[in-house]
Write a protein that binds this ligand. Sequence first.
Ligand SMILES: O=C(O)C(=O)C[C@]1(C(=O)O)C=C[C@@H](O)C=C1
Length: 146
Amino acid sequence: MQIADKVAAAKFGTTQPIDDPVREQQILNDVAAKAAGLGLDPATTVRFFRDQIEANKVVQRGLYARWTAHPEEQPTVRPDLATEVRPIIDRLNAGLLDQFAATVAVRASHTCDLRLVITTRVVDLRRHLDRLHQRALVEAVQSVCG
Ligand SMILES: O=C(O)C(=O)C[C@]1(C(=O)O)C=C[C@@H](O)C=C1
């Protein structure tokens, strides 16, 4: 979700569709392959990363609608998807995977749901999230616990 605004800016006004199933499958295959080596359940890990992708698309679709309705809010620069944006996504995903592995115990704990609610709220307040990004954040963290 952190990168979704940049992805939308890279694609808006181009023929590159929001949905890229080939790229999604590459990401999910990659995390599934790495999950086992980190002692993670591949299915759980894939579910978490699928949520990140869906959250990303929630933001992209919302920004497309906003920018179409309010052209004055359209981005003025278009970052390059392949050379600028996807390398950042790869780095974010590597960090997320590390964190997913580092938090196995706390995510399984009975305090996870409460911690997640608090942390999500803190992120919301710190980042001054609008409704669109709040919705995406909820989607992104929905399967963190358990
Ligand atoms: O890389 C893209 O094209 C994105 O839009 C990002 C992303 C992702 O979250 O990694 C989201 C949607 C696409 O279907 C593929 C990947």
